[in-house]
Write a protein that binds this ligand. Structure first.
Ligand SMILES: [Zn+2]
Length: 213
C-alpha cells in the first residue's frame, strides 16, 4: 500500500551512455558519430556541451583528433567549474524548438566539476545523456568524476563503451603518458596543463618519475 501523498514519478528517466578509454582511442569521434546517428535517424535534438578546459578545438567546437573521423561539431561551451550554467541554455533551447531536448552529450567529462550530480539531474529530468572522457589522469589515478558515473549506468539504464588505444609495443594502453619535451612528466606536475602532449602506454611502458607508490 502506498502512503497517501506519495505518487509514482511521472518523468521517465533517461539512459546514460559512457564512452571511455585512454588518449587516442577515438572517444570524441565515437561521441560525434552517435550524435549524428540520433539526429539523422531518430530525429532527436542533441545538445552538445563542452567544458572550457577542453582546448583541443577552438572555442564553441568539439573536434576529434582523428583526422579521418567525423570531424567537428558546434557545441555549447560552459565553464568547467559550473556545468549548472548550461541548464538555462537547455531550457531556452527547448523553448525555441518547441519540444524536449532528447539527448545531452558531454565531451571531455573528466574536466567537469559536479559531473556526477549534473549527469544525475539530466537523467532525472528524462534526458538521455552521453558522456565521453578519460577515466584516469596522467598519474594513472581517477580523473575527475568519470569513474563515479558507473553507478549511474547501473542504477539508471545505459551502457559503458570502452575504446582501446595501443602502446607503441602493441599492447593495450591503459594510461595517458604525459610527455614534456619528449620526457615523462613527474608525478607532482599539475593534473591539467595547457599544451601538454600525451602518448597511450601499457602498464610496462608507463613511466612516472617521483611516484610515491
Ligand atoms: Zn607497451
Amino acid at each position: 500500500m502506498f502512503q497517501a501523498g506519495i505518487s509514482p514519478r511521472e518523468t521517465v528517466s533517461g539512459k546514460l551512455e559512457m564512452i571511455v578509454g585512454p588518449m587516442r582511442s577515438n572517444k570524441t569521434a565515437e561521441l560525434l558519430r552517435r550524435i549524428e546517428t540520433r539526429r539523422e535517424y531518430a530525429n532527436q535534438y542533441v545538445l552538445l556541451l563542452k567544458p572550457s578546459a577542453d582546448t583541443k578545438a577552438a572555442a564553441g567546437w568539439v573536434e576529434s583528433r582523428n583526422r579521418k573521423g567525423t570531424g567537428k561539431m558546434p557545441a555549447v561551451e560552459f565553464p568547467s567549474s559550473d556545468p549548472w550554467s548550461a541548464l538555462p541554455i537547455l531550457r531556452d533551447t527547448e523553448q525555441q524548438i518547441g519540444k524536449r531536448v532528447e539527448c545531452v552529450a558531454i565531451d571531455e567529462g573528466q574536466f567537469v566539476k559536479d559531473l556526477f550530480l549534473f549527469t544525475k539531474r539530466l537523467l532525472d529530468e528524462g534526458h538521455d545523456v552521453m558522456v565521453s572522457g578519460l577515466e584516469l589522469d596522467f598519474r594513472g589515478m581517477p580523473f575527475g568524476e568519470m569513474l563515479n558515473l558507473g553507478w549511474l549506468v547501473r542504477t539508471y539504464a545505459g551502457n559503458i563503451t570502452e575504446l582501446v588505444a595501443y602502446c607503441a609495443c602493441g599492447a593495450k594502453a591503459l594510461y595517458p603518458q604525459r610527455l614534456v619535451d619528449g620526457k615523462p612528466a613527474p608525478w607532482d606536475s599539475p593534473i591539467i596543463a595547457a599544451g601538454d602532449f600525451y602518448e597511450p602506454r601499457c602498464e610496462a611502458h608507463f613511466v612516472l618519475p617521483g611516484r610515491p607508490h
